[in-house]
Design a protein around this ligand. Structure first.
Ligand code: AMP
Ligand code: ZN
Length: 124
């Protein structure tokens, strides 16, 4: 997709801070992080928004989401439990879609936020 920022990042035409790459996905650090850990998970193929996904995208979407536990563990934001079973740490996982959803870059991406709060622009 011409003139798509994240297609250019996926093609390495624009540099990014890559933390994971495989045949289908790229994960890189958000350039303007809203939290101590702020990663973007993108498919290498161009899909504009979540509204453009169909059941055919289920394997791709599943691959993106099922990468989150490993990314969270690698960045020390995974949910952990103490001896009483109380959870600590954790993360937020978000897909902005369309203008009302606050989407700025029209190449599907999943945000992964974590680390000590406060986080910019997020109360919960
Ligand atoms: P959204 O509002 O969901 O479309 O989020 C777009 C995100 O892309 C924002 O959090 C931006 O900070 C981030 N972003 C924009 N340009 C770049 C870039 N060149 N490298 C990394 N992240 C970027
Ligand atoms: Zn694109």
């Amino acid at each position: 997709m011409e003139n798509c920022l994240f297609c250019k990042i996926a093609a390495k035409q624009i540099p990014s801070s890559i933390v994971h790459e495989d045949d289908d996905l790229l994960v890189f650090k958000d350039i303007n992080p809203a939290a101590p850990v702020h990663l973007l998970i993108i498919p290498k193929v161009h899909v504009s928004t979540l509204s453009d996904c169909t059941p055919e995208h289920a394997p791709l979407l599943g691959k993106m989401m099922s990468l989150v536990p490993k990314l969270a563990a690698d960045h020390n934001i995974a949910v952990t439990y103490d001896e009483q079973g109380q959870p600590s740490r954790g993360f937020k996982f978000l897909i902005n879609s369309g203008p009302d959803g606050g989407q700025e870059v029209y190449h599907l991406h999943m945000h992964l936020y974590g680390g000590p709060r406060p986080w910019r622009g997020m109360r919960t």
